[in-house]
Each structure stands twice: as C-alpha cells, then as structure tokens.
Write a protein that binds this ligand. Structure first.
Ligand code: AMP
Length: 282
C-alpha cells in the first residue's frame, strides 16, 4: 500500500491521456469525496485486483433532489487525496461541473422499474442523475472493473442493470458495508449529525438486526419483519423513518412472505440529515 499522493487530473482530456498510458487492468472507484474508511475499503479492493486505480471525486448536482443537501455536502480535497493515496489510488479525477457536463450536454440515462421504489420514490430524479454520471464515468475510464458499496444497495442493482443493458464491458464489483464500532454505517453525511443525533443514529443498525433476529427465529411474514424494524425506530424520538422495506433482492418488490433471499432496508431522517442502511437475508 503506497502512501504517496496520487496524480490529479481535472479535464476529460487529461483523464483520457493519463489512462491511455496507464498499466492495465484499470479499476474505477466513483465517489463524491469526503472520503472515509468505506471509500478506502473500495479503493483497497480495487488496488488488490488492478494495476491502476482511478478514484473519481465529483459531487454530482444531477443526483441531488434537495438543493441544501448538495450545498452542504462536505468537501475536503486535500484530505481526500491523502486517504485515496494511502489506500492505493494511482490517479484521481476531480472534474468541474463543466468538465463533466460541457455546454450543450443533453443526454440522460434512465433505468426504469428498479429505480421506482425505495430511494427512487423518496428522491425523485436521483437515480437518473446517478446512472447518467456513472455511464459517463464508465465510458470515459473504459475500466476493466468498477467498485460500488453494498451500503447503496439499490444503486448497485441499478448500475449493474444499466451496465448489462447498455453492453458496457466493465465488471461491477460489490463491496461490503463498513461500519463504526457502534454499528452506524460510515457515510459522508454522518459529520452533519449533532452529537445527540449521532448518539441516536445506530438505531438503524439495531432495527435491521432486530428484524434479522426475527427472521432467524423463523418469522417469514414481510409485514411482521417490516413491523419489527418500525417498532425499534419508533423508540428513538430523534429518528424520523421515511421507509422500511423487506423486498426481493433482485426486483426490490416488497415481499408478503420471505421464501428466499431478501433485502431489509430503510431510510431515516435525523433533522436535515437523511441516513440509509440495509441488511441482506439470509
Ligand atoms: P459516495 O461518495 O457516498 O457516493 O459513495 C461512493 C461509493 O462508496 C459508493 O459506491 C458507496 O456505496 C460506497 N460507500 C459509501 N459508504 C460506504 C460504507 N460505509 N461502506 C462501504 N461502501 C461505502
């Protein structure tokens, strides 16, 4: 694991030139910056499987459905470069909005079906922003592999579907969720929690584990598993749940009965900060 700073490129042309000369295979790790150990785990995994690792840092305005969330999104380029370098990144692409969406840009990539429930229902336009930027990144980087976190389980499914549907040759690699010792999934948004909200936030993990425990003791009723999560969340006054879900992990349709694998997931607000988490069953 090297600890030198990675090379930074800014424009599309610089990225292309740097990659043309780079040893293959190339692993791509798309991020919005404010990097933490969750991102580092993706970068380390990419470094273990590829000769060149490209990290992209771009707070994509298209995927934010709330202006204040976009404006308050944490940004710290110097710290990001240190973390990316220490985890094994060779190249970091930090474009401007104009580099990514040049004047005259008028393309959008939209996946239907899978983008409709859960995060898609709660955040109109979000996934269209995600798939449009990821399609651009995959096209520009031409990487052999791209790394995404299971933390954003629906995003992972949507990106896989898009890459398959469009015949994009990049292999989409899923990486496990990295958590704080108290169970809170690492997220760039965690720094915006007040100390009281931060202390309350592990309730997401506890709610997922309560439903898992019910599943392990034989419960297969979807409503009762969703109810187990809601009950736990209701005990925490700072937590305002947006949804709890027990869904088919392939289609994301809510399950009446769990007859095979399932995905438990939830979105919960703490004041202005919206947190998501999930747990696959079994
Ligand atoms: P973001 O910068 O939040 O867009 O995240 C960039 C990538 O890092 C996405 O593929 C996320 O799923 C992944 N990621 C974010 N948080 C975590 C985490 N706690 N554990 C694993 N992967 C994560």
């Amino acid at each position: 694991m090297g600890s030198s700073l990675p090379r930074v490129v800014r424009t599309r042309a610089e990225l292309r030139a740097a990659l043309a000369a780079a040893p293959r295979p190339v692993g791509l790790v798309p991020t919005m910056g404010a990097l933490h150990e969750g991102h580092a785990s993706l970068i380390r995994r990419a470094a273990s499987q590829n000769e060149t690792v490209v990290v992209t840092i771009f707070v994509n305005p298209l995927q934010f459905n709330e202006k204040s969330d976009f404006e308050k999104y944490p940004r710290d380029e110097a710290a990001d470069l240190r973390l990316a370098g220490a985890a094994g990144a060779s190249l970091v692409w930090i474009p401007t909005v104009e580099d990514v969406y040049p004047a005259g840009f008028q393309t959008s990539v939209r996946v239907s079906g899978l983008t409709e429930p859960l995060e898609g229902a709660a955040r109109p336009g979000h996934f269209e922003g995600v798939t449009t930027i990821v399609a651009i990144l995959l096209g520009l980087a031409g990487a052999e592999r791209a790394y995404f976190g299971q933390k954003d389980a629906q995003q992972l499914l949507v990106v896989r579907r898009m890459a398959g549907d469009l015949g994009i040759g990049t292999e989409i690699v899923a990486c496990p969720i990295v958590r704080e010792p108290d169970g809170l999934a690492l997220s760039s948004r965690n720094v915006r929690l007040t100390p009281e909200q931060r202390a309350a936030a592990p309730v997401l993990r506890r709610a997922l584990l309560a439903a898992r425990a019910r599943f392990e003791s034989g419960e297969r009723d979807g409503d009762l598993l969703r109810g187990a999560m809601s009950e736990l969340l209701a005990v925490e006054p700072l937590a305002a749940p947006e949804y709890v879900s027990c869904a088919d992990p392939g289609t994301l349709a809510e399950l009446t009965t769990v007859g095979g694998p399932a995905l438990l997931s939830m979105a919960v607000r703490f004041g202005a900060v919206r947190l998501i988490d999930n747990e696959p069953l079994p």
